[in-house]
Design a protein around this ligand. Structure first.
Ligand SMILES: [Zn+2]
Length: 212
């Protein structure tokens, strides 16, 4: 059967590359926002700002480049039978709320129970970063990180816990500084086996409440 491709039925990736504005257009958009805020983009202190903002965006949203799955492709099988949990905790997380485009800052904790392959630990941090440096909601990001590790490494189980403060809550709207949001995604043995889940939560220092 032929695949019928409807106009507009692009993948998110195609849409992004096909519709990507030029740097000049992006800088013009920043000048518009400066005027919208009530200032003059031509005054001395602001004249270089659109360029700096666009450069910052390249860093903030670097996660759209590259495939997080490829970061986990290289694994090690010489583990001398290591079959206990591997945990990377307190991974600094910098993301951006897709509703307000302001920072989500926090920590991610990632654990997995290897089947027979392990991955370099920096790779787990890179997967977190690849999903964080996009426009996100915390719930989706948590699930994406866990799903990616589960699908590519095929471990016995995966646990991901993210705790983060959302600047859209602290600097605007309800103005509630100090509030952090906690999300978790448990797969495989982390979901099915209470002892495994408890061990993970204890090792990342989250022993109380909310995880069953
Ligand atoms: Zn928000």
């Amino acid at each position: 059967m032929n695949k019928v491709i409807k106009p507009g039925a692009f993948s998110a990736e195609q849409a992004r590359s096909a519709g990507k504005p030029s740097r000049a257009e992006a800088e013009a958009a920043v000048r518009t926002l400066i005027r919208w805020a009530g200032d003059d983009p031509e005054r001395e202190g602001l004249v270089g700002t659109p360029d700096r903002v666009v450069r910052s965006y390249e860093e903030f949203f670097a996660g759209y480049e590259g495939d997080p799955r490829e970061m986990l492709a290289r694994t090690f099988e010489e583990t001398d039978g290591y079959d206990e949990m591997v945990i990377l905790r307190d991974i600094r997380l910098e993301s951006y709320c897709e509703h307000h485009m302001v920072p989500i800052i926090g920590k991610a904790h990632v654990g997995y129970l290897p089947r027979n392959r392990v991955v370099g630990i920096s790779k787990l941090a890179r997967v977190v970063e690849a999903y964080a440096k996009r426009l996100q909601i915390q719930e989706k990001m948590t699930a994406q990180i866990a799903n990616c590790i589960q699908e590519v490494l095929d471990p016995r189980g995966v646990g991901v816990v993210i705790e983060a403060a959302h600047q859209c809550m602290t600097t605007r709207g309800v103005h509630k500084p100090g509030v952090t949001m906690l999300t978790s995604r448990m797969l495989g043995t982390f979901r099915e086996n209470e002892a495994t889940r408890k061990e993970f939560l204890a090792m990342i220092g989250k022993t109380t409440g909310g995880y069953g």
